[in-house]
Design a protein around this ligand. Sequence first.
Ligand code: AMP
Length: 210
Amino acid sequence: MRAILLGAPGAGKGTQAEDIRQHYGCAHISTGDMLRANLKAGTELGKKAKTFMDSGALVPDDVIIGMIEERLSEPDCAKGFLLDGFPRTVPQAEALDELLDKMSRPLDAVLLFDVDDEIVVSRLTNRRTCGKCGKITNLLTHQGENCDCGGTLQQRDDDKEEVIRKRLSVYHTQTAPLIDWYEVKKILRRFDGTRDRIDIFNDVKAMFPE
Ligand code: AMP
């Protein structure tokens, strides 16, 4: 499957990506994860991205497009790819169209996960990542102070309420126009992102039989 996962931060794109990746064997490409890995490794790209990410703003298009171009040429994308957090602007979507045209690898679908802003704020302020195994948990459902593996639960710097609200506003102004963009191309599929993870995944499987 070659698809874009679209939706506000906290809409469940990463969670669905995990299930879809395992089922269809395609690569999961999260631009947020790639940027955080660069930040951690102290690369030039990471340094460039840091101030934007800390404030909840978008990293400039040229940085992101270059990163995606390289990533899509890697061998694990041969069976398909799930773009999670990309594209986030119309110029990114245009660049992606051009790139996929050049590669003769058109998109199968854009999966949109709809979730109200207040649910997003509640989900993200309670989201934690294990410092040891990297698993993401949510305090709304998780029992105990630590991760199941014993690791310490950490909060992403940009999961503080003030930054979340900025990220949501950026989503509505810069990313939401992509909904119409892909609707016109007739490849947009909508999902209620507040439903159970398994129910959403079952709908995805029914829509895209292997
Ligand atoms: P995410 O983990 O997808 O919520 O991304 C975290 C942060 O990384 C965002 O708030 C942006 O600062 C940056 N980022 C991730 N993907 C993109 C993108 N496609 N374009 C611009 N900035 C991005």
